[in-house]
Design a protein around this ligand. Structure first.
Ligand code: SF4
Length: 371
């Protein structure tokens, strides 16, 4: 048995070395052919060749400017429906003063990156975004502003009659440096129909918008939310589509698989999802991401907030090369009761214990320092 496994391992290793552009069908065969441990070992050897032994993270501060949302996705525990605005005290829109206060907290932790996202709020004019982006840069002139998901950009542009190019160019003038890459979910239309609503763009449009934004020189991350109603083939197809998009118009800085956090979500309340993805699935997703996309999107990130610190640490020897960041003040996963906190010292410790070299990076994956 062992001999057969090691023969198959060598077959896939040689195959990927001669041609890293693995197809979706080949990726499915590989995932069925090898054990999880072999998949992780293969991913780890590719990681060493593609990025070495360094595992990076950013010191990042999250600001969620509003939780009102016109989309009401069943996958989400964060939003307050737009239609009950004014009838609930659960919703909010951050004012200039609120943003200023948030920025004081960002300064206190030495953040190099501000990550800003919110719900689809049609009441906020384009000037609101320009204003808060300028304020962020006034408060911290050297900080990198990573703002908005691609569906959020599309929604705001549509709401105000602007093209993606017009809206993003106004945001860039106001201080936007990168997009967050969120909202990709799973591209498969049947899955998307269950987990989102029609206000959120299709997977195809997400990929089209990414190409437009990258064509303007604004880069960002890419993501996938897994662990709900999708199957593994749809996960593979999603990663292949992101990789092919990257080959067409480069601009993705990283790929961050986001494990669906089920608590308090409509999908859980409706009984459509009853259990979170297993640790085995988490590790397989990271490893397959490295195998499918690592030659083209070399930073494969493990979001410890979603998978937990223990699985995150194991994934660093199975394809992961980044821990995303300290994620201070994160409210989207916080709404699903995932309120774990960390410090850069703890991330350094986790990385060293995994036998890797910790490094603090900026948004664009340039190393800032080795602790
Ligand atoms: S996932 Fe985003 S778009 Fe969907 S309800 Fe939540 S905040 Fe709104």
């Amino acid at each position: 048995m062992e001999q057969i496994q090691s023969y198959r391992y060598r077959y896939w290793e040689e195959s990927l070395t001669s041609n890293p552009l693995i197809s979706a069908a080949e990726a499915r065969d590989l995932a069925a052919d090898l054990s999880l441990y072999d998949i992780m070992a293969l991913a780890n050897s590719l990681t060493s060749a593609q990025v070495g032994d360094v595992v990076s993270y950013a010191v990042s501060y999250n600001i969620n400017y509003s939780n009102y949302c016109a989309a009401s996705c069943p996958i989400c525990a964060f939003y307050v429906p737009m239609k009950i605005k004014g009838k609930t005290d659960r919703g909010y829109e951050l004012s200039r003063n609120d943003i200023r206060n948030e920025m004081q907290k960002a300064k206190a932790i030495g953040a190099t990156e501000i990550h800003i996202v919110g719900g689809f709020n049609p009441d906020l004019p384009v000037e609101y975004y320009e204003d808060i982006f300028r304020l962020v840069k006034e408060e911290m002139p050297g900080v990198t502003l990573k703002a908005l998901t691609i569906p959020e950009i599309d929604f705001i542009a549509r709401t105000h009659g602007l093209s993606i190019k017009e809206f993003v160019s106004r945001l860039r003038d106001a201080g936007m440096d990168a997009h967050t890459g969120g909202g990709a979910e799973i591209f498969d239309p049947a899955v998307r129909k269950v987990i989102t609503t029609k206000e959120k763009i299709s997977g195809e449009k997400w990929l089209e918008d990414a190409k437009i934004i990258h064509g303007m020189g604004i880069r960002g991350n890419s993501t996938m939310t897994y662990g709900h109603v999708e199957n593994f083939d749809q996960i593979i197809d999603h990663i292949v589509k992101l990789r092919d998009n990257q080959i067409e118009v480069p601009g993705f800085l990283s790929f961050i698989p986001l494990k669906f956090s089920i608590e308090n979500t409509p999908l859980l309340k409706m009984g459509k999802v009853t259990m979170p993805a297993s640790g085995e699935t988490d590790l397989k997703v990271i490893a397959m991401a490295r195998i499918i996309a690592g030659a083209y999107i070399k930073n494969i990130s493990v979001y410890w907030v979603a998978v937990g610190k223990e699985i995150a640490q194991i994934a660093l020897n199975g394809g992961g090369s980044d821990l995303v960041g300290t994620a201070f003040s994160e409210k989207i996963f916080g709404a699903t009761d995932r309120r774990d906190v960390t410090t850069s010292e703890e991330l350094d410790h986790l990385i060293r214990e995994a036998g890797k070299i910790p490094a603090q990076r900026d948004t664009f994956y340039n190393i800032l320092r080795y602790p």
